[in-house]
Design a protein around this ligand. Structure first.
Ligand code: FAD
Length: 362
């Protein structure tokens, strides 16, 4: 058997998870090249800014729903058995306001608005909340056990796991996808290049996918601990604003969101939006601040991340590009990059195995 030289572009959750799963096959020799690495905070690098929790929004029967379903067990296993991954279980409430259900933007809440979503048997402890458990202004809701990922711990954990499996990680800016095949650590040309460039797939030469646009997410990270997570179907402040909070594992703080502003590249937090985000969270859960209002929040930082949104969903397919050879794309995960990470990466491994097999038959 021959060794397979693989270059992965990108060290976000998609690139690192893909590299790790590929490297579990000892015949695969994997190099990760990326402009940004865990530890960096940059507006072109989405993964560090995420909450991140597991709360499927995909429609039933779509590939994204399959990827999310397949990912749960991996994240649950990390939460249960691998403390150094920085993931913990957390009770999660989904709150529905009837007035949101007809609004187009709340459709991105997907099946979550239903009392019987497709994922109710994927996660543990799913149940419908009784009226006396609902906050003021909420018409219905559900509860399940989710996970919350401390991304500042989890991304370095993934790098460590990659290194343990022989992956070589290099800092490199790639202008055109064809350059990537020359960056394998053995100095041989890569047999396959994996494109995990997220939002920046829109600017990568040879790809230039203009259908990937930012879905701007502004957040406030606070020290207050609600000991649970929650998301509401809508807000009274416009269709591109959200209301949710989640508490990261191991001192990662509570992330309060948010917004979902399509096409907006602004990297700096908007102070007025920040105030609305905080007000909505303390109104939804006054216990977050012991009834003290917004002043009761102990702020760690205000922040903005850009989700790599693609109207047609994640691009997960192989493409033969002139001067490169086979490229497998895995980008455009919008707000579900963590909760679909293992499902998507497994799909990449299948595509790569198919390419290698067909090469071997030639
Ligand atoms: P990125 O993390 O952006 O990584 C891209 C990588 O490619 C980087 O290393 C970059 O440097 C590299 N790269 C790009 N172009 C080049 C180039 N030309 N040359 C070299 N390297 C290049 N998801 C969830 O599942 N659950 C959540 O609760 C959740 N909450 C979120 C909250 C917010 C506020 C935000 C902003 C996002 C949230 N997400 C959540 C979404 C999630 O963060 C993204 O889907 C995910 O991080 C995308 O990861 P990625 O690896 O595809 O892209």
């Amino acid at each position: 058997m021959m060794e397979n030289n693989i270059v992965v572009i990108g060290a976000g959750v998609s690139g690192l998870t893909t590299a790790l799963l590929l490297a579990k096959d000892p015949w695969n020799k994997v190099t990760v090249v990326a402009k940004h690495m865990p530890g960096d905070y940059d507006i072109e690098y989405t993964s560090p800014w995420a909450g991140a929790d597991y709360h499927p929004f995909a429609k039933a029967g779509t590939p994204e729903a399959t990827y999310e379903h397949e990912t749960w067990q991996h994240l649950a296993n990390l939460a249960e058995n691998v403390p150094e991954a920085g993931i913990h279980f957390q009770k999660s409430h989904t709150y529905i306001r009837n007035k949101d259900l007809e609004i187009e933007s709340s459709k991105k809440f997907g099946d979550s608005a239903s009392s019987s979503p497709w994922w109710k048997d994927t996660v543990p402890d799913f149940r419908i909340l009784s009226p006396d458990e609902l906050p003021k202004g909420i018409d219905g809701g559900t509860e399940f056990t989710s996970v919350c990922i401390n991304t500042t711990l989890y991304l370095p954990y993934l790098v460590g796991q990659c290194r343990k499996h022989g992956v070589v990680v290099k800092r490199q800016i790639i202008s055109h996808v064809r350059e990537a095949s020359g960056h394998h650590h053995t100095f041989n040309k890569a047999d396959v290049v994996i494109n995990c460039t997220g939002l920046m797939a829109s600017k990568l030469g040879g790809v230039n996918d203009q259908s990937v646009i930012p879905a701007r997410g502004q957040i406030v990270v606070v020290r207050n601990d609600p000991n649970m997570q929650a998301a509401c179907s809508g807000t009274d402040n416009g269709n591109d604003e959200l209301c949710y909070y989640m508490c990261r594992a191991s001192g990662g703080g509570t992330v309060i969101g948010g917004s979902y502003q399509l096409g907006n590249w602004e990297s700096q937090p908007d102070p007025n939006l920040a105030l609305r985000i905080m007000k909505r969270a303390v109104e939804l859960n006054p216990a977050l601040v012991d009834g003290k209002g917004v002043e009761g929040l102990s702020i760690i930082r205000h922040a903005v991340g850009l989700r790599p949104y693609r109207a047609q969903g994640v691009r997960l397919e192989k493409e033969k590009i002139k001067g490169v050879g086979w490229v497998v794309h895995n980008y455009g995960h919008a707000g579900y990059g963590y909760q679909a990470s293992y499902g998507c990466s497994q799909a990449v491994v299948k595509l790569v195995d198919g390419i290698i097999e067909s090469k071997a038959r030639l």
